[in-house]
Design a protein around this ligand. Structure first.
Ligand SMILES: Cc1cc2nc3c(=O)[nH]c(=O)nc-3n(C[C@H](O)[C@H](O)[C@H](O)COP(=O)(O)OP(=O)(O)OC[C@H]3O[C@@H](n4cnc5c(N)ncnc54)[C@H](O)[C@@H]3O)c2cc1C
Ligand code: SF4
Length: 562
């Protein structure tokens, strides 16, 4: 298909953290931009704190009977696949304008310079495909700084032995309000010789750019933000892109295929609209940002004359080296009966954030762990999510694992909610890329538009668990020092489906990567990928600040190419 007058200069597919920066920058530069987003266009007024709606029904993600994945797990040396319509384990995260960034908690971290050269710094790990990035921290640093202002990141710069370099002295905004429990965490860490740091958040502590500041609903993770304070791609970037008059967002538009011509260039995106009508739109440049699994799936489904194995997949790399965030999670209780009435009152405060993390073991130099320095990770502290449904649901078993009900259940729920404050922790460490974690197409299972669904092989590396256990034990020592009771934690190879990246690595070599260092496909000159798919390794933090920063960087490259 020869296209004489493309409808748009740039067509961005997917409107989350990877799509928003490209749409904003290109529209600001005067180009005609179209964003195709499979989900609806929800705004502040649609985001209610309705526990039943948000947690019992998937109102922000597709019905798994209509759109599913197939998950392959290892059972007795055999990889067996199960459709998520059977298991109920959803790998959708947030399908609406702004993507999952609407539902994130907004714990924001930069990677560190060493994360860009993991192989050179720490060497090979048998069974893992560790590589260096084709760019350095210094190349991304200006864009990390840009995100602080464009998205709105609040925090405080503190000196720390592993701090990454910054080009500005302070954060764009001062930290959000803190919960009184932080004093206890700070004291315990000090007594142990650890340095607790204030966690940056993609949350406004002051009104900015037409957005209200945080109203401390406490419902960040898994809920949309009704104040606009959370730095979602929609609230922070896309609303401004549309305001330029150069960017259109077509919601409820599920892209099923990118069509390429005889020269190998993409000429059109084929999509289904709300009425399930199949349509096409043309553009000069196409930017895929559907989140790791779905970006790989879209490329694999986009077979063309010059792309017989799927778009940009002539070296069989699309879908390979999928990443999640490795680590673990734990908790401890601080019973009110063990403290004064005033202390208990303070701990019952609702709303403000914990905002504390430990990066003392981001790099581990401990002979008991390994005979050479190794990569560690981050420990984040947080309160239990205020959604009472999940708290209540977890009380339905007695100490012997038997299901309980009636008065016994009522008493247990009452005690869980009113007798103590629970402090949780999460550990983030590298999910090493391996040959057993990848996306392919399932030949038999199709979505409701008859497109093959993504099959995700969920293999992990044992080293991830070793690091996770090391860090969880450090977090446990903090809880112990605080006098917490009922401390427990677990580390497993089960992936957190909300923190995914990889699948379309960027790199210098066409044989081992899908994208070049500008995130343009090696095999296709007018195709870019800007969601978390580009990451060859993930660092030991949550990904979104890096995804935003890289998407701003790539936007500059696209402007230069147009
Ligand atoms: C509950 C929760 C808590 C989180 N907390 C944090 C946190 O504290 N810190 C942090 O850094 N990260 C957090 N995250 C992760 C963060 O949201 C993601 O890292 C980030 O949004 C990923 O950006 P992305 O562009 O890759 O994907 P997304 O933001 O998900 O955007 C992808 C978009 O593409 C659309 N799409 C997919 N397929 C198609 C198609 N075929 N056609 C058209 N559109 C399509 C999707 O509907 C979606 O809108 C959290 C996520 C969740 C769900
Ligand atoms: S108002 Fe604040 S606490 Fe509530 S969802 Fe928004 S950012 Fe999160």
């Amino acid at each position: 298909m020869a296209v004489q007058n493309p409808d748009f200069d740039v067509c961005v597919i997917g409107s989350g953290a990877g799509g928003g920066p490209v749409a904003l920058r290109l529209a600001q530069a005067g180009f005609d931009v179209l964003v195709l987003e499979k989900g609806p266009w929800l705004k502040e007024e649609h985001f209610k704190k309705d526990e039943m709606a948000c947690c019992r029904h998937s109102i922000f993600t597709p019905n798994l009977k209509d759109e599913q994945h197939v998950l392959e797990q290892l059972y007795a040396d055999k990889w067996l696949g199960e459709a998520t319509s059977e298991s109920g384990w959803s790998f959708w995260n947030g399908n609406m304008v702004g993507g999952s960034s609407n539902l994130m908690s907004g714990y924001f971290y930069r990677l560190k310079p060493q994360d860009f050269r993991l192989k050179s710094e720490f060497g090979e790990i048998a069974g893992a495909n560790v590589v260096d990035w084709p760019i350095s921290y210094a190349e991304l640093e200006p864009y990390y700084t840009m995100v602080e202002e464009e998205v709105g990141v609040s925090g405080e710069v503190q000196a720390h032995k592993f701090s990454e370099p910054r080009s500005t002295e302070q954060f764009y905004q001062a930290p959000t309000a803190e919960h009184p429990i932080v004093n206890r965490i700070d004291n315990a860490c000090k007594e142990l010789g650890y340095q607790a740091l204030k966690t940056p958040r993609a949350i406004l502590s002051k009104p900015d750019n037409g957005r209200r500041s945080c109203e401390y609903s406490g419902f960040c993770g898994s809920y949309g933000c009704a104040s606009g304070a959370k730095g979602s791609s929609r609230a922070a970037l896309l609303d401004r892109a549309v305001a330029t008059g150069k960017c259109q967002i077509w919601a409820d538009s599920q892209v099923s295929k990118l069509i390429s011509d005889g020269s190998g260039k993409v000429v059109a995106a084929e999509y289904f609209d709300l009425e399930d009508q199949q349509k096409q739109v043309t553009a000069k440049i196409f930017v895929v940002a559907c989140q790791a699994v779905e970006s790989s799936r879209l490329l694999l489904n986009s077979v063309g004359e010059k792309h017989p194995q799927g778009l940009a997949n002539n070296h069989g790399q699309v879908g390979k080296n999928l990443l999640f965030s490795a680590g673990g999670a734990g908790s401890g209780d601080l019973p009110y009966e063990m403290m004064s009435a005033e202390s208990a009152r303070l701990l019952q405060t609702r709303g403000p954030f914990v905002n504390r993390n430990l990066q003392d073991w981001y790099f581990i130099d401990d002979l008991e762990f390994a005979d050479k320095p190794a990569k560690g990770g981050t420990i984040d502290f947080l309160l239990r999510h205020p959604n009472v449904l999940s708290k209540a649901k977890s009380q339905k078993w007695d100490e012997n694992g038997k299901l309980i009900w009636g008065e016994q259940l009522q008493q247990k729920i009452k005690s869980a909610i009113s007798a103590q404050q629970t402090l949780n922790f999460e550990v983030f460490n590298d999910w090493l890329p391996t040959d057993n974690c990848f996306v392919s197409l399932d030949k038999t299972v199709k979505d409701r538009w008859q497109q093959p669904v993504a099959k995700i092989r969920l293999g992990y590396h044992e080293h991830d668990l070793k690091v996770g256990r090391y860090l969880s034990a450090k977090a446990e020592s903090v809880l112990q020092q605080m006098g917490a009771k009922n401390i427990s934690w677990s580390v497993s190879g089960s992936p957190p489906s909300n923190l995914m990246a990889g699948g379309c690595r960027f790199g210098e070599q066409i044989e081992t990567s899908v994208l070049d260092k500008d995130c343009r496909a090696h095999d296709c000159e007018n195709l870019y990928v800007t969601d978390g798919s580009f990451m060859p390794t993930g660092g030991s933090v949550t990904y979104t600040w890096t995804i935003y920063a890289n998407a701003f960087r790539v936007a500059d490259k696209i402007i230069a190419a147009l």
